[in-house]
Design a protein around this ligand. Sequence first.
Ligand code: PEP
Length: 254
Amino acid sequence: MARKLIIAANWKMNKGPAETADFIAAFLPSAQALAGECDIVIAPPFVSIPSASALLADSPVALSAQNASEQEKGAFTGEVSTAMLKETGVHHVILGHSERRSIYGEGDQLINAKVKKCLAAGLHPIFCIGETLEERESGKLQEVLRRQVSGGLAGLSNADMSTVVLAYEPVWAIGTGVTATPEQAQEAHAFVRTLVGEQFGKEVAEATRIQYGGSVKPSNSADLMAREDIDGALVGGASLEAESFRDLIANAVA
Ligand code: PEP
């Protein structure tokens, strides 16, 4: 099945509103041409979302948040609700990123609650999974991915899955400059697709887009995206400069 590529920029804690506006001004002209072949998503920090939303209106680039609360509203200091994100024009939400898992202690149950909260609000989760180096080296890759997929996507319907994007991000490749080889990535993606199939059936598995994340850059995006089960990328470092993000996408769709 032909799945349209989806490439997302995860800016993490980089770029306030002014830098966000500068990036969008530089990036948008090339985005118009590339968006026919690839869904393009930008995930700025919360405070830059309103400015990004205004600048991306009527453009083919979709806006994502990097997190969302599993709570509805109320006394949750520092949290941002799905309703607030919806109101500001957000379309996707990155959930379960390894930095949220390892630095902020988010576990599968909490991530699952966030996934469901986003779906209930009509937001599209970009649901991240991936193993640490220690887990890979001790032969636990499949066990970890199985736990993360079954836990994070528990209780979702097949219809829910049509709006969920998965991102396989080996933790040892995130921000390290070390990229999984296209073979390593393809093998993990094929396994993740099998897991989705076990949980939701073959048709859903075939339609689900699975991004690769971990030091994707202009020089390796084409090789990675050429693999059968790699349907896009979640990009940190190489998405911070408009030129680099543009080249990465252009090479991926070429
Ligand atoms: C990420 O933040 O999800 C990521 C993959 O970062 P980088 O591209 O910098 O490895």
